[in-house]
Design a protein around this ligand. Structure first.
Ligand SMILES: *[C@@H]1O[C@H](CO)[C@@H](O)[C@H](O)[C@H]1NC(C)=O
Ligand SMILES: *[C@@H]1O[C@H](CO)[C@@H](O)[C@H](O)[C@H]1NC(C)=O
Ligand SMILES: *[C@@H]1O[C@H](CO)[C@@H](O)[C@H](O)[C@H]1NC(C)=O
Length: 978
């Protein structure tokens, strides 16, 4: 099993021709060969470790307890719980886990997009190139956070982690005996030193496949840094150089044969694999610390997704007839804001997108509830009226801006004019897993009559028009609620329900056409506030039976199982679950279409991602964004959240509108991750339902252990017979440039390319930023049943560095649609690589040597900060350690440079200070000071002398000191620029 190593995925072109996988790096996601550390584990461990540290620092600053032991066995539920300030036992880990998962999936994506770029893997002694990749990546992460674009930040962070981690596997850093990370890799202002020159031999032949001692003794003695050469196609490498090694590395077959990589225990230097992985974890922690210093603790935790609350997101039609609807949107959002302000349930952001005719937008995204309130207050209903509105364009903006798994509410009373966006919207829903609920008013009522231009017939939003909204709601797991304007107030309770913490879905189903059916669902011990929603015709009846056999029918609005109310097409049933865990049943009797959804609140939930599997000598996996192939196999990476003791027992794809099911086979991967494989998924729309067990004996959760639990995903998975893939050889693009993205379309049968297929496919290309792109409108299958095309995407120079663009390439034939998604980070060239420089000016007012007297004395530290000639300028200065008052003022220095003067005064009971200065580019400089202590003798300190470069300040009460007096008083200052 160890002669080759599943590691990176080779781009499809190469893949289909002759190879399945290669050994380029730590294995990306999970190891199917023995005990090895993957990029997933390395990244997750570092993210959990640093998140916990930051939470501990915040807790200590706010005087809260923090009892979690921070080590490398942390789980996301433990960290979430420890970081929570609410004390509530009901905590969702979904957003935190989604952030972590997105970071490691983006880490792994490097092996698909950039498998052969030696810089991103530190192959071929590309140290400067690799360091440049890291510098650009770190800068992009910081820029993303500054824009509050955390989704782009996670994308960038995953990329940069990959390169940083590969250094430890591919270089001889570990062999050189280093026990700490190579910090210079994240310090672009420092020189890379002791690199083995291009003509310096570094390796000798491995003997009989044993590579233990293949690095030349001279290299080790002189501490020269080298890395292995790697090539899939050619054995050429400079004379005497080490190779990466492994069966796919042609260079390792030439002298010096063998290699030095440590990707897994079976690699040429596999004995050092665990050491390299441990260093990679610590290097990642160090990188995260740099980011944390630059962005601050609160923003760092937002980047990590460690926020309990979801966003509040409204998309609102503002045409003339919408006055009542706007008033109601205002009422319900204000009620949510006012009742949750200051609590952990306060929405983490607010998103508002108005649409009308002929326009839509602008998008408002803010964390400030008052800004949202002001904007929603400013909405007025006007104009439009004669033509359908740009509803889907508005929704598209919201879907692209909202964090994954958000719930979006759309208010409208008109058909969509931009129905052609349906495919792109569905793709966005599937990849973001956001839920869209429509509040449709007066669907068939006469209030909003419109005369069509010709014919003069009356026109209203018909059932047919509403169908588009219903289908989008269904694809996302949301609802299409149809009410009269006067009843809207009663229907918006679903918005308040969804803003409750830790809402989970137990079951959802649709019957279209309607037919009587019975649905069962498992209620577990952790479930609170169980609620059933049924939408359907007025004639619909139902009968609910609890696990203990109690029943309540639709003729009983209030009864033994709870109470329900009916408004428009919606019935909302609030259930009592006391002591009624077990299997419940609901039978619905209707021959008209209907939908059923049962939700509750529980900490235990799950997330899933579709994975692409590459069969071969070994198997590799990567994220698949797009639909699984009809009749083919599908693989899911499922992560159970909110419980470390839960065990998955069953994962099923259940048909959204029928009763077909496909059972998956489950493989536990550790870290609450499971790889689930479904054979021969038939054509249709499915959602993921899982069952699991968590026993009541688990100590940490004895009070609300779920026992047997059931959860269902909101988003549907739809199959397609069309295969679409994009082959970008970049993960980021510079503003002001154009990127070519080749793509391939083919027709498949039973999950494999049908080489004899013919036909023409329509192609639609869109991106979430509205950038200009060109692409063929159609492609026609050629040799081998595939068609190729290229998208040219023009990124304007005004695009913000740190943001991202999501490109969707859609291919369709008849009613079948599939798509591929490419996410590109936008990163400008980094010009400022050095952090602010701190120069201390003085420390004044010695503290008493007896700590008993400290509270009556003060000390003061002052320094000047500059960002150098090529610097972007100081953006912020904050106290990282110390308890006192910081004052800053901007001045112009002798050479015309900007200087930030800082003074810090503190009580003598807190005698150290560490200040962090961040420049506009996110480079960090640190300044440390320590109070001087009064000497027991009466010797006076030397007279104060202004230092040569000191800038006069208006501050008084402290004496500038010379360098020599610094030593005399034992001041510790360190100038660090990370
Ligand atoms: C990583 O850092 C931790 C905490 O600082 C330390 O205990 C551990 O020894 C380090 N591991 C390696 C391999 O250096
Ligand atoms: C949900 O349940 C909790 C108790 O478990 C209760 O305090 C709360 O009021 C309920 N919320 C709603 C909206 O019913
Ligand atoms: C509801 O179902 C229960 C159990 O199947 C049955 O006993 C009861 O008669 C039903 N009620 C109605 C109104 O159909």
């Amino acid at each position: 099993m160890t002669s080759t190593h599943t590691c990176s995925l080779i781009p499809p072109l190469v893949l289909f021709s002759f190879l399945w996988s290669s050994a380029l790096c730590f294995q990306p996601l999970f190891s199917l060969v023995g005990d090895s550390s993957t990029h997933l584990e390395i990244t997750q461990r570092a993210l959990l470790y640093k998140s916990a540290e930051v939470c501990r620092a915040l807790a200590s600053a706010e005087g809260r307890d923090f009892s979690l032991t921070i080590d490398d066995s942390l789980t996301s539920s433990e960290v979430q719980r420890a970081c929570s300030t609410s004390g509530s036992t009901l905590l969702s880990t979904v957003m935190f886990q989604t952030a972590i998962t997105n970071i490691y999936l983006s880490n792994a994506a490097i092996d698909v997009a950039l498998a052969l770029d030696e810089r991103v893997h530190f192959d071929d002694e590309e140290f400067q190139g690799g360091r440049d990749v890291i510098t650009a990546g770190v800068s992009a992460v910081k820029a993303s956070v500054k824009l509050e674009n955390f989704v782009a930040g996670r994308l960038n962070l995953g990329f940069v982690c990959h390169t940083l981690q590969d250094f430890y596997s591919h270089s001889n850093w570990v062999e050189l005996g280093n026990k700490a990370p190579y910090s210079t890799l994240i310090r672009p202002d420092q020189q890379l030193e002791n690199l083995a020159g291009s003509s310096v031999p570094t390796c000798r032949n491995c003997i009989d496949g044993d590579c233990t001692d293949n690095i030349l003794p001279d290299v080790l003695q002189q501490g020269l840094l080298t890395s292995g050469y790697f090539n899939l196609f050619s054995s050429a490498k400079p004379a005497g150089k080490c190779s990466h090694g492994g069966a796919f590395d042609k260079t390792s077959l030439r002298d010096p044969v063998g290699g030095i990589s440590k990707d897994d225990p079976g690699s040429p230097h596999g004995a050092l694999h665990h050491q390299a992985a441990a260093l990679a974890v610590n290097a990642t922690v160090e990188l995260l610390e740099d980011i944390r210093l630059a962005v601050g603790d609160k923003n760092f935790l937002r980047l990590m997704g460690l926020s309990q609350s979801s966003v509040l997101c409204f998309v609102i039609d503002t045409t003339g007839s919408m006055r009542d609807d706007i008033a109601e949107a205002k009422r319900v959002s204000f009620s949510i804001i006012d009742s949750k302000r200051g609590t952990q349930e306060e929405p983490s952001a607010y998103i508002l997108v108005p649409f009308n005719d002929p326009g839509f937008g602008p998008l408002l995204i803010t964390t400030d509830a008052d800004v949202f309130k002001a904007n929603i207050n400013r909405l007025t209903a006007s104009g439009g009226g004669d033509i359908p509105e740009l509803c889907l364009s508005g929704l598209q903006l919201a879907l692209a801006a909202a964090p994954p798994s958000s719930e979006i509410f759309v208010f409208t009373d008109a058909p969509a004019k931009d129905a052609h966006l349906k495919g792109a919207i569905t793709a966005l829903i599937e990849s973001s897993k956001s839920v869209v609920t429509f509040m449709l008013t007066d669907v068939t009522a006469s209030r909003r009559r419109r005369r069509e231009a010709q014919g003069g017939t009356l026109r209203v939003m018909s059932q047919l028009d509403a169908q588009l909204y219903r289908e989008l709601a269904q694809a996302s797991g949301g609802q299409a609620i149809e009410v009269t304007k006067s009843d809207l107030t009663l229907a918006t309770s679903v918005i308040e329900d969804s803003s409750a913490p830790a809402v989970v879905t137990l079951i959802q189903a649709i019957r279209k056409p309607g037919k009587p059916d019975t649905f069962s669902f498992q209620v577990d011990g952790s479930m609170r506030n169980l609620t059933a929603y049924i939408t359907g015709a007025a004639s619909l009846t139902f009968n609910l039976t609890s696990s203990s056999g109690t029943s309540q029918g639709s003729s009983q609005p209030s009864g033994p199982l709870g109470t329900f109310s009916t408004v428009g097409n919606l019935r909302r049933f609030s259930l009592h679950t006391d002591n009624q865990t077990g299997l419940w049943e609901i039978s619905v009797n209707s021959n008209d279409p209907y939908s059923l959804k049962v939700t509750g609140q529980s900490s235990v939930n799950f997330i899933f991602n579709l994975m692409e599997v590459h069969e071969g000598g070994h198997r590799g996996y990567s994220l698949k964004e797009g639909r699984p192939l009809t009749g083919g196999n599908a693989s899911l990476l499922v992560t159970v959240t909110g419980s470390d003791a839960a065990k998955l027992t069953e994962v099923t794809l259940v048909e959204g509108s029928g009763s077909r099911q496909v059972n998956g086979s489950i493989r536990a991967l550790g870290n609450s991750n499971y790889l689930v494989t479904f054979p021969n998924v038939p054509e249709g729309e499915f959602s993921v339902r899982l069952r699991g067990e968590e026993s009541a004996s688990t100590p940490s959760r004895s009070t609300s252990a779920p026992g047997t639990f059931q959860r269902q995903a909101n988003t549907q998975i739809k199959t397609s017979s069309i295969s679409v893939s994009v082959q970008a050889n970049a993960t980021s693009v510079e503003p002001g440039s154009t990127i070519s993205v080749p793509f391939t379309v083919s027709s498949t049968a039973d999950g494999v390319v049908n080489a004899s297929a013919t036909g023409t496919y329509s192609v639609r290309v869109s991106n979430d930023q509205g950038y200009t792109s060109t692409a063929p409108a159609t492609v026609t299958l050629g040799d081998g049943g595939t068609a190729n095309g290229t998208v040219e995407l023009m990124v304007p120079g005004t695009a913000a560095s740190g943001s991202a663009v999501t490109l969707t390439v859609e291919a369709a034939k008849d009613a079948d649609v599939n798509y591929a998604v490419l996410r590109l980070a936008l990163a400008a060239k980094v010009t400022d690589v050095s952090g602010p420089v701190c120069q201390m000016i003085s420390i004044s007012d010695a503290c008493p040597s007896s700590s008993a007297l400290c509270s009556s004395a003060q000390w003061q530290f002052s320094a000047q900060l500059t960002d150098g000639a090529n610097g972007t300028g100081i953006d912020s200065v904050s106290v990282r350690q110390g308890n006192g008052t910081l004052n800053t003022s901007k001045q112009v220095g002798a050479a015309g440079e900007n200087v930030t003067m800082v003074t810090f005064s503190a009580s003598c009971c807190a005698q150290t200070v560490e200040l962090v200065a961040v420049d506009q580019a996110g480079n960090v400089g640190t300044c440390r000071g320590q109070a001087k202590i009064e000497q027991p003798t009466t010797l006076a300190p030397p007279p104060g002398i202004t230092t040569a470069s000191a800038v006069q300040t208006t501050s008084t009460g402290w004496r500038p000191l010379t360098m020599s007096s610094f030593l005399w008083i034992g001041v510790a200052v360190s100038l660090l620029s990370l």
